[in-house]
Design a protein around this ligand. Structure first.
Ligand SMILES: [Zn+2]
Length: 502
């Protein structure tokens, strides 16, 4: 199953929240005193060459013609885990023989013993297509090139660069110390960019092998090198494809127009009634389960700098609109939304065709926040449609996906350990952000019964999913240092220190 078009489940970015960093501009104390400082200093050429090799493989999960590239990318990743010193490095096929999915990669090191925590690192090795080609790339997407301290190429930051950062942290600690402070597992997925269609089944099937006390995800962004941040929540997502039919076929607008129902108008009225005048979603009970932020959460969100003019400029819009009484950060991070992602009816070809359209298609994507449930939202949408769609209009509704929202409490020991590490490496305590997007984190947390924390070092200017995707190399080096420090901190907490699984 593919996600509904336009409902991309990749990590969100945080436009408007940061200033463009100068390459290499960092506020941190420098690498002195960090466990992997010497290792990173010696390894830069090799790590960069490895990343270039990996980015060169066009492992585009959305295009079946790239199945061989996905397999090659998975094999390269498997080899990297093996070379890092992990055992049982293997490629896990997903899907079925008839309908294969993108292969995942697994590897582990279990030498820390039963009293040490087990950390599962999650990343992905598949990439977005190089499109849109309407906006050209400065360098070909699969011919990676370093320009001005940044590696350009599809997948450089989302997510091969960040996956390699985690692999190198493990490799460095094993090389320098012969052991790790925790038991470590890697799950590098091969179909995140198409909505992780087989991840749920894979997690269920491999649950014992993947069992962990904490999940560390490296697939998100940081606001800026001098404004380090970590995301503590992801929104949920459920999408709907609605087809409305008012007649057997399109009708002549001169002969029938003005007397028969027009499918385009029926769809337009539905779209218009989805929000009230305060831009609140009108589905019955939609807000019933929405949890208001705690004081600490609200304060941490308010600490994220926001420049509305810059935000509008980045989006290319003249004004903002949305739920009344809520800031743009609240609207994209802590409040649910219902977006019309597509509306199609009638004639769209060149010139004019005088018809009354018989069929219209409305696609909706709803982003959910704790504690909303996709199933309840679906029931609410169906009852709303039953009330709103005129009798006699044929209605069909297909649901796509259903990701629950996820939040990790700010007081969780793993979040505190991560915050300490970020402060140590970047020289400033992080702010806690909330991703507007939706990803596999919820499934990881639910199936494995473990909290999820996010060590993401890509920057909002890295162009995830867009032309000229890039990765700031200084962030890569700092990311390896931070990933190593994080394993050390989590090891020092011990299993009991991490608290109950959820
Ligand atoms: Zn990603």
């Amino acid at each position: 199953m593919l996600p509904a078009p336009g409902t991309g489940t990749g990590p969100g970015q945080a436009p408007g929240t940061s200033t463009e960093p100068a390459p290499g501009a960092v506020a941190g104390p420098g690498p002195g005193g960090l466990a992997l400082a010497g290792y990173v200093g010696r390894s830069k050429d090799r790590v960069l060459a490895t990343l270039v090799d990996w980015v060169r493989i066009p492992s585009v999960s959305a295009e079946p013609s790239h199945a061989g590239d996905l397999a090659a990318s998975a094999e390269l990743c498997r080899r990297l885990l093996e070379e890092a010193g992990l055992s049982d490095a293997q490629v896990w096929p997903t899907g079925t023989a008839e309908e294969p999915g993108g292969p995942a990669v697994f590897g582990q090191w279990l030498g820390a013993g039963p009293d040490a925590p087990t950390v599962l690192v999650y990343c992905h090795h598949d990439v977005q297509p190089a499109d849109p080609r309407s906006e050209p790339w400065s360098t070909p997407p699969f011919e990676p090139k370093v320009v001005g301290g940044r590696l350009f190429g599809r997948g450089s930051s989302d997510d091969k660069g960040q996956a390699l950062m985690q692999v190198e942290a493990a490799r460095g600690l094993l090389a320098e110390r012969g052991r790790l402070p925790v038991n470590l597992k890697f799950l590098v997925e091969g179909e995140e960019e198409v909505g992780s269609p087989h991840l749920g089944a894979l997690l269920q099937q491999r649950r014992d092998q993947l069992a962990a006390d904490v999940v560390v995800v490296s697939d998100t962004t940081m606001l800026a090198p001098d404004l380090p941040s970590t995301s503590v929540s992801m929104r949920g997502l459920v999408a709907f494809d609605i087809v409305l039919r008012t007649a057997r076929a399109d009708l002549h607008s001169g002969i029938w127009g003005g007397t028969v129902p027009n499918a385009a108008l029926v769809a337009a009225r539905l779209a218009a009634r989805l929000h009230d005048s305060a831009h609140r979603v009108t589905l019955p009970g939609f807000y019933d389960r929405v949890v208001e932020l705690s004081e600490a959460e609200a304060a941490s969100l308010a600490a994220v700098p926001f420049d509305e003019e810059r935000y509008k400029q980045q989006a290319g819009v003249a004004y903002l609109e949305g739920e009344a009484g809520r800031s743009p950060q609240e609207r994209t991070g802590t409040r649910p939304t219902a977006e019309v992602v597509g509306i199609h009816a009638g004639y769209g070809g060149p010139g004019m065709k005088t018809v009354v359209p018989a069929e219209a298609n409305l696609k909706l994507a709803l982003r959910l926040v704790p504690d909303q449930r996709p199933d309840e939202v679906e029931a609410s949408l169906r009852s709303w449609l039953a009330d709103e769609v005129p009798p006699g209009v044929e209605l069909s509704v297909a649901r796509y996906g259903g990701v629950k929202p996820l939040v990790t409490p700010l007081g969780h020991p793993a979040v505190k350990a991560l915050a300490q590490v970020i402060e140590r490496v970047w020289g400033k305590a992080p702010v806690f952000t909330r991703e507007g997007g939706s990803g596999p984190e919820e499934a990881l947390s639910r199936v494995l019964g473990a909290p999820v924390i996010a060590l993401g070092v890509s920057l909002p200017v890295d162009n995830f999913h867009a032309p000229d995707e890039r990765f700031e190399l200084e962030q890569l080096w700092r990311g390896i240092l931070a990933a190593g420090e994080l394993l050390i901190e989590l090891g020092a907490l011990g299993r009991p220190g991490l608290g109950p699984a959820r």
